[in-house]
Design a binder for this molecule. Sequence first.
Ligand code: Q9C
Ligand code: ZN
Length: 317
Amino acid sequence: MRIIYSETHRKHAPRWEFFEGEKIPYAEKPERIESIAKKLKEKKVGEFVSPKEYSEDLIYQSHNPHYVDFIKKKASLVKNPQDSFFASYYIMDTYTPIQQGTYQAAKVAVDTAVTGAELLQNGEKIVYSLCRPPGHHAEHATMGGYCYFNNAAIAAAYLSKTGKVAILDVDFHHGNGTQQLFYDRSDVLYISIHADPAVKFPYESGFSHETGVGKGKGFTKNYPLPLGTDSTSYRKTLQDALKKVKQFNPAFLIVSLGFDTYEKDPIGGFLLPISFYEVMGKEIGLLKKSTLIVQEGGYAVDALGDMAYHFFVGISS
Ligand code: Q9C
Ligand code: ZN
């Protein structure tokens, strides 16, 4: 298995976010994917490769050009590397600041996902794009939830030129951005398992009545689950979701993989133990699809490496 990883993500390292009126330490830290990379190297799970550099056109094709230019421009205006600018438009929350290095890091995260997509196209079976910042909350013209450009969606758009794509989003939060970007399309299936948006971010989407629009009707499927969901009910839901992927019969599967479903995640609320990620990997691997794993959330930094390791033991078995 190839693991796509670049250290450029470190250029994006905000110190604070604002949550319910309080200034708190930033949860989406560089150490997150460093912890994963370290563990996978130790365990010799895969072969690390650097992302290729793609044209910015790929970002402009999925996002509003003014939005992309806005992030680029605002990043260039930040004076010191540690400073953060909190935008007041093209944004949905107070968790997604722009730093000097944000555009560059977010661009490399896109390259990381697209490099993985290209490897799938060239016949690789399982590829892991260790992206940071994450992407699934980023909409056509809106940043939010620690996301700027939608890595998984841009990879899906790229792969959809070759064949049908299913996106399975197992991050704890609903991938509002990914859903939005394919809401009217029948050639890209979006399925998400996540915490009930009535109580958790992104609050405004991810309900089960959202099923797509126009030609895309029936090609979005949401499984909102209550806080406290455990392995047994999560697994049943996952099996149901995978059945739908199978019926759709895509050429490629993209998994938006968030480890914030872990029982000790500081911002999650499900009860999955580390060992469950092996089960999750195994269930997904049973589909035998060409699969791109794209890293999304997961904030229990010290345990992330173990979760990733278990996931890849499962999917490769
Ligand atoms: N500090 C992803 O998992 N809520 N984004 C923060 C606690 C924001 C999560 C509240 C959740 C966004 C990619
Ligand atoms: Zn999340």
